[in-house]
Design a protein around this ligand. Structure first.
Ligand SMILES: Cc1cc2nc3c(=O)[nH]c(=O)nc-3n(C[C@H](O)[C@H](O)[C@H](O)COP(=O)(O)OP(=O)(O)OC[C@H]3O[C@@H](n4cnc5c(N)ncnc54)[C@H](O)[C@@H]3O)c2cc1C
Length: 435
């Protein structure tokens, strides 16, 4: 047994993670075990990627590439392929993953099972929108090929299905052609939520990637300091820079709990705001632009032994910014400011997954150091607010929402239950279904 700690460091378990190289090995596990969960690289923040009852099976070694059509960009690969490796192979050929999360330390299987979103949600939708076919293994049905035209229901349940519909073995997905691996990026300072909204709306058509960083400590009424960043791939092939990714620095041990205190959080946010104000535009490599946090390995350890909660919600466009302002104001009044706050306006493209998180509206992702009961109580308060305004939380980031909240935020779970693999289970699922 190994001690396994979730990415947010708030959940620890004694578990053994098994792996498999060959399909037959996975099939054998499925026939021998009474309960299991297939996972990827454990970059989900809470307990959706492990089970403390039954076996944990990582797909990391099931990581072969099958085909890439260099003319059309159609890729077929195994679920354990890491995005970091895929990028290294396809970007020099002018093909890029159509939707990328903020870290490349994730597997393709994990990206499907959480139906991840990126800075281009307003033009590209979620990752699932680009998956053409999935080969799944289920304990009750064996191998199942599913797509938008074959076993459609299982396909929809598996995209964003949190590993509960069986093991994703392989998939076919459509990469996107990019003229350059580098991006032209503009950073715009804003001083209110209204300015953020204006920048978001006016950038939707001409900019492929948009996202905003906020100084969570600066909220006062409608006022908030932030940097709205928008980027496009460079059109010029001559500028096709494929810089080797920077070597990551590593946080070698857990920081003392006092490190991220309120004063440091306040000064860090003020410093970052001032720094970015002076960088209005520039050319960035894809690593620097898409994966800034990957430059610091195990950055989660900065939060110390008690860890942190990333709270990510989406709230409808109508009134959504008021909810976000209220969340940040409550955090400020409780003297629990977030260390990092990111805000994005999702687009209208429907997610193909039955249980996918994204919906049209504003999504806020905020990291709070875990200060025990007081932090949990504050986050419960946010849940009530988000629920009242027809929003929902992102399971990939969650470590604490209760069963009633989940059921109200994800009414599709009643239908989803029909597609559960009888032996797949996670601690997340047990928690949100009160088992
Ligand atoms: C720094 C950072 C930034 C992030 N930014 C974003 C972001 O911008 N957008 C976003 O959407 N997410 C983001 N995330 C979350 C992350 O993208 C997801 O949690 C992703 O699913 C993790 O992939 P993984 O391979 O680590 O999967 P894991 O965390 O190991 O597993 C995730 C889920 O997928 C299931 N699963 C994994 N592999 C399989 C398989 N082969 N078959 C069946 N089920 C499987 C697991 O059971 C689990 O339910 C971020 C995470 C970090 C740490």
């Amino acid at each position: 047994m190994n001690r396994y700690i979730s990415w947010g460091l708030t959940r620890a378990n004694e578990i053994t993670v098994l792996d498999f190289y060959w399909q037959e090995e996975l099939i054998r596990q499925f026939s021998e075990k009474k309960s299991l969960l297939v996972s990827g690289n454990h970059r989900s923040y809470g307990d959706s990627c492990f089970t403390s009852i039954g076996s944990n099976i990582s797909s990391l070694r099931y990581n072969r590439y099958i085909t890439l059509d260099k003319i059309t960009g159609l890729l077929e690969c195994c679920a354990g392929v890491l995005l970091s490796e895929l990028n290294e192979l396809t970007i020099p050929l002018g093909w890029f993953i159509p939707v990328t999360p903020g870290t490349k330390a994730v597997t393709i299987g994990g990206m499907i099972a959480n139906d991840v979103h990126g800075k281009n949600h307003h033009v590209a939708g979620t990752f699932g929108n680009h998956v053409n076919e999935i080969k799944l293994y289920r304990s009750d049905m064996g191998l199942v090929a599913c797509s938008a035209v074959q076993n459609q229901d299982i396909f929809a349940a598996t995209i964003g299905g949190l590993g509960l519909t069986g093991a994703i073995l392989e998939c076919k997905l459509q990469l996107k052609s990019i003229p350059s691996a580098s991006l032209f990026v503009e950073n715009h300072t804003f001083l209110s939520f209204a300015e953020f909204e204006k920048l978001s709306i006016e950038s939707d058509n001409a900019w492929e990637y948009t996202v905003a960083w906020l100084d969570g400590c600066s909220v006062k009424g409608d006022k908030v300091n932030g940097i709205f960043s928008r980027g496009n791939h460079l059109k010029d092939k001559v500028a096709h820079l494929h810089k080797k990714p920077r070597k990551s620095l590593r946080i070698p041990f857990l920081a003392p709990n006092v490190l991220l205190n309120n004063l440091l959080i306040k000064y860090f946010n003020q410093f970052y705001f001032r720094r970015m104000r002076n960088k209005p535009e520039g050319i960035q490599g894809f690593d620097e632009y898409f994966y800034p946090l990957d430059g610091l390995d195990n950055w989660n350890r900065l939060y110390g032994k008690r860890g942190f909660f990333q709270y990510q919600c989406v709230v409808p466009l109508q009134g959504g910014l008021d909810v976000i302002r209220e969340i940040l104001s409550i955090a400020k009044s409780r003297r629990q400011p977030p260390f990092l706050s990111v805000l994005k306006r999702f687009g209208q493209i429907p997610s193909p997954g039955l249980m996918s998180f994204p919906q049209p509206g504003y999504t806020l992702a905020v990291d709070f150091p875990n200060r025990g009961k007081s932090t949990r109580a504050m986050l419960d308060e946010f849940d009530a607010l988000v629920l009242k305004h027809h929003g929902r939380l992102y399971p990939a980031k969650d470590a604490r929402m209760n069963a009633a909240t989940f059921a109200a935020m994800y009414p599709a779970m009643m239908k989803f239950k029909n597609y559960l693999d009888p032996i797949c289970q996670s601690d997340f699922w047990r928690r949100v279904t009160a088992q």
